[in-house]
Design a protein around this ligand. Structure first.
Ligand code: ADP
Length: 540
């Protein structure tokens, strides 16, 4: 019979992992018998294939796996027994259950059939229920077997993947029980420790890492709350040598116990690098400390020199000044024009030198005044003192000085007086054609106060905003008196007080010099911030 005669029973929906249908082969030289078998097996809804002789049956066995073969014993050509023998001879069908269909009940036949691996005999006329129930058993067996085979394949694939992951890990990986007994290790473990991997199985992981411990288990089981252990420990090679290792252990639940995965990485290079960095850091720290001490020493020496020089220079300069003035008076009218001009020069430059040296001395003094006592200072009084000292200049220029209410702060009064004196006098000195108008104010800012001295003078170009705070830096020539040290003194004073100073200006529209004075004590200044925000102007 042409295998095309075979037909599928209608498909039944079964579990995805379970094969839908299995195949059954019926072999009989009598077509009617085949149709009868077909009708009987139809309700089983499996794929039934039909063959009319042994040769067709064998051909089908080459291409298909059958859950059972129903084989007629008496057939022309190769009979059922011979067919069974040939079916058994093939690897693919060696274990396929064969049910012989026969009309004769002879012992000889039975023995021969069972010898050839028959699992059963069905005697004609076939009882449909018996045939159905016997075939059903083989159908179920076949389906279970296929399912098992698939599961075994899945398992072996999963195991291969797991082993590949384990082998591919960049670190030595050891899987242990919670008590530390090694169950599995990858090949990197061999190379890291020098132990053949197989010899490690069953050993305590502490032979490799004496300090190993299991991540904390909750009620004996790992949980999300059991954080992995990441630490550095000493590890031991097979030859007894020790090395530092980065260890990461995490526990997980296996079906019947708790397992712990421990990743081990040789940290020798890292430790060496850390030691090197520590050594370098220590060296650097020492160098910085040495250099700082050296700088402090040389700064102190310079300061002493500058102080001594400015102090010691003052006296001879004053003497030169006094004598040149005395000389000018005593020889008045007796010198020719050139001699008189030269004497005038001596006088002028002597005075200038005296000014410069005094300024320098003042700068050094201000820079060093950190040791001076801090006290509560009423800034309104400070501004009054400063303007009093500038009264001559104020009267001479008709300057208007306005001061908003200022706070009382912890500070060094002397420095504040100096600051306001320099800033106010500059505001007057660098006036425009307009009547000089100076406004002093203060505003709460974070942990301190921002004081501002605003003028309506000639202003400063932005490119000089930083420049003018340097020592002996001036934007004006001899037409305007000055040493170029006033703002440097202001900066030194503000820095001594822990703050900073800066200028905002539009040339032609005046300047505002701001300085931030941090709070020294936790006490709130007498003048609350609101007072500074809603100022009441007063003329000093
Ligand atoms: P001095 O006034 O003795 O020259 P300062 O250090 O006080 O030295 O000031 C440095 C320079 O900054 C001044 O020469 C001046 O050009 C400029 N300057 C300072 N204050 C003002 C100001 N209020 N308005 C315009 N320019 C100023």
């Amino acid at each position: 019979m042409n295998p095309a005669l075979s037909r599928s029973a209608s498909s039944a929906s079964v579990h995805a992992a379970v094969p839908h249908q299995v195949k059954i082969l019926a072999v009989d030289d009598d077509k009617d018998n085949l149709f009868a078998l077909q009708a009987v097996l139809e309700p089983l809804k499996q794929e039934l294939m039909l063959a009319e002789n042994g040769t067709d049956a064998l051909r089908l066995c080459l291409d298909h796996d059958f859950a059972a073969i129903l084989l007629d014993v008496r057939m022309p050509g190769i009979d059922g027994f011979e067919t069974a023998e040939l079916i058994r001879a093939r690897k693919r069908s060696r274990h396929t259950p064969i049910l012989f269909l026969t009309a004769y009940r002879s012992d000889e036949q039975l023995f021969r059939g069972y010898d050839l691996g028959a699992v059963d005999f069905l005697f004609k006329p076939i009882v449909p229920e018996v045939l159905q129930s016997k075939v059903s058993v083989f159908v179920e067996l076949s389906r279970s077997e296929q399912l098992l085979r698939r599961q075994a394949q899945e398992l072996s694939r999963a195991e291969r993947t797991f082993r590949a992951v384990l082998e591919g890990a960049p670190d030595a990986m050891v899987i242990t029980s919670a008590s530390g007994v090694i169950e599995l290790a990858n090949s990197r473990t061999d190379s890291l420790f020098g132990h053949p991997r197989e010899s490690l199985i069953g050993c305590d992981i502490r032979t490799l890492i004496p300090g190993w411990r299991c991540p904390e288990l909750i009620d004996g089981t790992p949980s999300a709350a059991s954080p992995p252990i990441e630490t550095r420990m000493t590890a031991i090679r097979q030859n007894g040598s020790l090395f530092p290792a980065e260890i990461t252990s995490s526990s997980f639940s296996a079906p019947d116990n708790v397992l712990v995965t421990t990743a081990i990485r040789d940290a020798t290079d890292q430790v060496q690098a850390e030691n090197r960095i520590n050594r370098i850091n220590q060296e650097l720290e020492k160098r910085v400390a040495d250099r700082t001490a050296e700088l402090t020493r040389s700064n102190e020496a310079l300061r002493q020199f500058a102080w001594a020089a400015s102090h010691d220079l003052q006296e001879p300069i004053r003497t030169v000044l006094a004598y040149s003035q005395w000389l000018a008076k005593s020889v008045a009218g007796r010198l020719d024009e050139r001699e008189a001009t030269m004497l005038k020069f001596i006088e002028q430059h002597g005075a200038r030198m005296y000014e410069l040296v005094s300024g320098l001395q003042q700068y050094i003094y201000v820079s060093e005044s950190g040791q001076q006592a801090w006290a509560s200072v009423n800034c309104n009084e400070v501004v009054k003192t400063a303007t009093f000292a500038l009264q001559g200049m104020i009267d001479e220029t008709g300057a208007l000085i306005e001061c908003e209410p200022l706070p009382t702060i912890d500070s060094i009064e002397l420095l504040l007086v100096q600051l306001f004196k320099n800033l106010i006098s500059n505001g007057i000195k660098y006036r425009s054609q307009a009547q000089p108008h100076i406004q002093v104010s203060a505003e709460r800012n974070g942990k301190g106060w921002i004081f501002s001295v605003r003028d309506n003078g000639i202003g400063v170009e932005p490119k000089y905003f930083e420049y003018i705070f340097g020592v002996f830096r001036r934007l004006h020539g001899v037409e305007q008196s000055g040493t170029g040290i006033g703002l440097a003194i202001c900066r030194a004073a503000v820095e001594r007080l822990g703050g900073r100073i800066w200028v905002e200006s539009t040339p032609g529209s005046g300047s505002v010099f701001h300085f931030f004075h941090p709070e020294q004590n936790k006490e709130v200044p007498e003048h609350a911030p609101e007072a500074a925000h809603e100022p009441q102007k007063q003329t000093v």
